[in-house]
Design a binder for this molecule. Structure first.
Ligand SMILES: [Zn+2]
Length: 209
């Protein structure tokens, strides 16, 4: 098995990491998942959803935790999002699974959460759109940056190849088109980006190459 698309909400996607809510987890043979409570859906988080998350997170087809994170523009008040984000971090570390992070105008707070965490698993900023000055401290901390249909080309250009992933998220885009845009930003070939992103994602989520 391999993963090319590091983050999608399309439950039919192939060679992809499919993000879903723990209450909607319904694994299909041969597919791989991340489970988490999306920051936009944090306003009504009850104990049963967190319990469901902890239960399904152990499933063998769940290879990452998320998407989770912090959104300054949508979702529950910050302190609620912060608490739920930290529950995901603790779970990811307890299970040794990578964390998929949604970050909207909250890079300082995400870095604070990382510094206060056990730093036991890899963190991925999915749908990275920030400028190079936002990306730099995240890259220095060892984060992976995942680029989707919209991103800052200068940020894609400065991201070390070994920390780069590509994704379609909820766009309906074709992953080859995302790879093409990243390749253009880096002045390299589409094939090269697809090869590197696939090797990174497969190593990160499956522990193989
Ligand atoms: Zn998403």
């Amino acid at each position: 098995m391999m993963i090319i698309d590091a983050h999608t909400h399309n439950p039919q996607a192939q060679d992809a990491l499919i993000a879903c809510d723990p209450m909607e987890f319904n694994p299909h043979e041969g597919r791989l998942y991340s489970v988490g409570i999306h920051p936009w859906k944090t306003a009504d988080v009850m104990a049963d959803r967190l319990q469901a998350l902890a239960a399904v997170a152990r499933h063998e087809q769940v290879v990452a935790i998320g998407e989770t994170g912090l959104d300054a523009l949508r979702g529950a008040p910050f302190n609620v999002q912060w608490d739920i984000f930290n529950r995901h971090i603790e779970l990811a570390e307890a299970l040794g699974k990578t964390l998929i992070v949604h970050m909207v105008r909250t890079s300082q707070q995400v870095l604070k959460a990382w510094r206060e965490s056990g730093r036991a698993v890899a963190w991925v900023i999915h749908g990275m759109r920030g400028k190079p000055q936002v990306a730099r401290p995240l890259l220095d901390a060892g984060f992976y940056l995942s680029f989707g249909p919209r991103f800052n080309p200068d940020t894609a250009a400065i991201t070390p190849l070994e920390q780069m992933l590509i994704e379609t998220d909820d766009s309906g885009a074709v992953i080859d088109d995302v790879a093409s845009a990243v390749a253009k930003a880096r002045s390299t070939s589409v094939g090269n980006i697809l090869d590197i992103a696939t090797a990174n994602a497969t190593r990160l989520f499956l522990g193989t190459e």
